[in-house]
Ligand binder design. Structure first.
Ligand SMILES: C[S@@+](CC[C@H](N)C(=O)[O-])C[C@H]1O[C@@H](n2cnc3c(N)ncnc32)[C@H](O)[C@@H]1O
Length: 337
């Protein structure tokens, strides 16, 4: 089923349609749509605050949050970049030069602040106390449980009331530190509330009320994406949104596939046609084999009857003990398909 995004600002729509597949990184295509759509919807609703991401690599997901921002809002990119010794679990590898090139290519830049630091050092460096407040805080840096707890706490303390926190790789079986960290954080009284799961990322709100608000916003913005509502998670109810072949609606009135999904849709259609053809041939072959089997059964019955009668007449002592067996054989031969 084709799915339509909400109407997205020009640069954001352009990035999804033509840029996403050019930027290296780890981001599900539908999740790029959800991030961009949430950023635009939040902005449209007048939520003020900056946006931030810990864990940039080349900026693939950061660009979903940082394009078309109003002049009074900033996008903050936090990564260890050149200091890869601080990348404790080797999750990705931030490259500041490539990131800055991508910012320029896709039209972000003027309102981007780059913070080269491990997220473990942010608090000490005064990041939290500085009073900077965010409406979206994306966490995709180190994936150990300790770093996940640290990053969730920083997000909790810097996000505005209507803000959202996005936690990456929450169900990635190769990075189980993230889910371990999430449960530690929630178990230790963390105040963020899980609201929506999109492919590979969990979105948390600042309170139970805000989680409801977030779920309602998703239902309004992405009605085609909902897979399952009211899924229990750690004492909360969340809605689960899935992967779709999205058509990106832009302010220019056009609806065009998000990069990657165009290819997926084509491959899927071609493969589907191929499979349908194979299914038709297999069915025809099965019909022929069934008809041959019916004919063979009939021939067997015809051939066996005189033989059996003759044997019964001439050698009754021989036939009597095998009669039950013959009855069974006949029953099998006559059994309808
Ligand atoms: C999985 S990648 C991020 C992927 C990126 N969000 C994308 O859209 O492709 C993880 C990034 O986090 C950075 N990183 C690892 N540990 C970190 C830490 N403790 N603090 C800040 N950044 C970290 C790495 O340098 C890498 O660029």
């Amino acid at each position: 089923m084709t799915a339509f995004t909400p109407v997205l600002p020009e640069r954001t729509a352009g990035y999804l349609r033509a840029g996403l597949h050019q930027v290296k990184g780890w981001l599900n295509v539908s999740t790029a749509v959800y991030l961009s759509g949430v950023e635009a919807a939040q902005r449209g609703a007048g939520v003020s605050g900056d946006v931030a991401e810990i864990g940039i690599h080349h900026g693939k997901s950061f660009l979903c949050l940082a394009l078309d921002l109003p002049a009074d809002q900033r996008a903050v990119a936090i990564d260890v970049f050149d200091d890869q010794t601080a990348n404790l679990d080797q999750s990705g590898r931030g490259d500041r030069d490539i990131f800055e090139q991508n910012l320029a290519t896709y039209g972000a830049g003027d309102n981007v602040d780059i913070v080269q630091s491990s997220s473990l050092d942010l608090e000490q460096a005064g990041f939290v106390a500085a009073g900077r407040r965010f409406r979206i805080f994306s966490i995709d840096g180190g994936h150990t449980d300790q770093i996940t707890v640290n990053d969730l706490r920083i997000a909790e303390r810097t996000v505005v009331d209507h803000g959202l926190v996005v936690l990456d790789d929450v169900l990635n079986r190769h990075w189980l530190g993230v889910i371990t960290g999430l449960f530690s954080y929630l178990g230790d009284g963390g105040s963020l509330v899980p609201a929506v799961l999109v492919p590979n990322k969990l979105i948390l709100a600042t309170s139970a009320d805000q989680a409801k608000h977030c779920r309602a916003m998703f239902a309004e913005q992405f009605p085609d994406g909902l897979e399952k509502a009211d899924v229990p998670l750690a004492g909360h109810q969340i809605d689960v949104y899935g992967d779709r072949p999205w058509l990106v609606r832009g302010e220019d009135g056009r609806s065009e596939p998000v990069t990657g999904h165009e290819l997926m849709a084509t491959i899927t259609a071609a493969r589907l046609g191929e499979l349908e053809q194979q299914l038709r041939s297999a069915r025809a072959e099965l019909d022929t084999t069934r008809r041959q089997l019916d004919a063979t059964r009939q021939q067997l019955r015809t051939a066996a009857q005189p033989l059996y009668r003759r044997a019964a007449r001439r050698l009754p002592w021989l036939v009597r003990p095998v009669r039950p067996v013959l009855r069974r054989v006949r029953a099998v031969v006559r059994r309808p398909r």
